[in-house]
Design a protein around this ligand. Sequence first.
Ligand SMILES: Cc1cc2nc3c(=O)[nH]c(=O)nc-3n(C[C@H](O)[C@H](O)[C@H](O)COP(=O)(O)O)c2cc1C
Length: 249
Amino acid sequence: MSTDPEFDRRQRYDALMDVVRGRMTTRQFDPNYVVPKEHYELILEAARHAPSGANAQPWHYIVVTKPELKKAIADYFVDEARARAKLRMKFPTPNYRGLETAPGMIVVASDFRWTRAFPVLLDDSELDRKYRENAERILLQSVAASTMSAHLAAAALGYNVWWVTAIGQDDAQKALKPLLGVPEEISVIDIFCFGPAAKPPYKRWKKELHQIMNWDRFDMENYMSVEQIDAWIREKRSQVMYRDESKVD
Ligand SMILES: Cc1cc2nc3c(=O)[nH]c(=O)nc-3n(C[C@H](O)[C@H](O)[C@H](O)COP(=O)(O)O)c2cc1C
């Protein structure tokens, strides 16, 4: 520690940014690596401190260690990817077999009954429906805040990460919940994989600061029409998902 608090604060910021910038997705891991038990605890300790609407902390984390469970989860995702391909959904789907290679796997779940803790009327009125929609957003943002803390903690421990959400639909809930003994009222939200990457990870393209930062007013330079968004999806999406930032044209 120096005697200059400004210097110390900047060092802490730089250390944080080193973790934030260095958090990188990988979709294939070194399957032989074993995550020490303590690391799961360090990672979920970070999740525990997240902010949440009404401080309701509406999250549950299920650490998956058994290879047969990882395989069953991977099987579900591979089937789901096949179903999407048949539907001609043009989303550039990764190889979900990679899920079973993840040394660390944590299933993120939430209890939507906690939306009752947020501003809602609970009288089944039309107005209540709108407040409830907003309450769901509050709940999902809360779970994302906690999940992100966990991802950053894993990155700080030197791991690569994979945030998998391809599971919103009812079918996914029906397939995954019994595997993990998740009660009816609780929903699986996403899957968090981490571990050393099988191949060198790469840094993906990120927008420039000025493209996301606005002062006092929305900067219309950063506004995109739906046609521009569709063109971006056609021309850029798969590049930004699967290429190093230096190889995006
Ligand atoms: C909310 C959210 C959902 C995601 N869902 C998936 C997913 O279902 N499958 C997948 O392979 N990656 C998924 N990802 C990972 C993103 O594709 C990845 O974060 C993005 O390409 C940027 O790469 P980076 O994490 O290396 O910065 C998701 C990430 C987030 C934050």
